[in-house]
Write a protein that binds this ligand. Structure first.
Ligand code: IPE
Ligand code: IPE
Ligand code: MG
Length: 237
């Protein structure tokens, strides 16, 4: 099913949730759920290319996820390293640009290095931008933006009157990325969990019951169909 109008949705953001429960249901360690989730990433990336989606943002690790047991954090970082090693040449071949957003300085140095290298290698690719939210928290992002705007004001580079929504957006990690049209969360949870609070102001939200490792191309197409039925008003009539 590829009949969804490709012109409507240019940015899809996904809260990839439910890896741990998926594993638990199968009597497997949580890390197995995270591993299985990597296949879903491959599926949705393919589906997005097919639909002509220009930006796919994946919430892979939140600021709060650092508070999980060290063993799980280590497992997630290891999987991330493996994901980046496995994907590097594929992204390059498919002309996908990789961009990471979040407090990346908190990531292990070796992971950071991989990210820097792939971002540099793919920076001119135009098929699609795959945005990985890593060590990402929207409140932290907004806080960092406020801090840098305050510095610019104290330095006399801007006056407080010049601070508007556009200027704030320019100080976010997502400054070069349009706002998501569609936000999907898997595992049935109805919350945002500190993801893109500023950017999703007018995004359509689709909650999917399936756990992330069970999410397939058809589920993405179904979410886009649902999106196409919505009537976006942006506060106007
Ligand atoms: C999402 O799955 C992946 C990350 C948050 C890193 P979870 O690990 O949150 O899985 P559940 O929600 O406990 O099932
Ligand atoms: C949100 O999922 C973060 C990611 C998917 C990376 P969580 O599982 O961490 O969020 P809560 O704890 O259910 O709010
Ligand atoms: Mg979760």
């Amino acid at each position: 099913m590829t009949s969804s109008d490709p012109h409507h949705v240019s940015h899809i953001a996904i809260i990839m949730d439910g890896n741990g429960r998926w594993a638990k249901e199968r009597g497997l360690p949580r890390a197995e759920g995270h591993r299985a989730g990597a296949e879903s990433i491959r599926e949705v990336t393919e589906a997005c290319i097919e639909l002509g989606v220009k930006y796919l943002t994946l919430y892979a690790f939140s600021s709060e996820n650092w508070n999980r047991p060290q063993s799980e954090v280590d497992a997630l970082m290891k999987l991330l390293d493996r994901f980046l090693d496995d994907k590097a040449s594929e992204l390059d071949k498919q002309k996908i640009r990789l961009q990471a957003i979040g407090d990346l300085d908190k990531l292990p140095a070796a992971t950071r290095k991989r990210l820097d290298r792939i971002q540099e290698q793919t920076k001119n690719h135009q098929t699609m931008t795959l945005v990985l939210a890593l060590s990402y928290g929207a409140r932290e992002e907004i806080t960092a933006a406020v801090r840098s705007i305050a510095k610019a004001a104290i330095a006399g580079e801007i006056s407080p009157e010049e601070i508007d929504t556009k200027l704030i957006a320019q100080h976010l990690y997502t400054k070069d990325i349009p706002d998501p049209d569609l936000l999907i969360r898997t595992s049935g949870e109805m919350r945002v969990s500190n993801f893109l609070l500023w950017q999703i102001s007018y995004s359509e939200i689709v909650i999917v019951k399936k756990m992330w490792p069970d999410f397939r191309q058809g589920d993405l197409f179904a979410a886009v169909e649902e999106y196409n039925k919505r009537h976006r008003r942006f506060g106007a009539l």
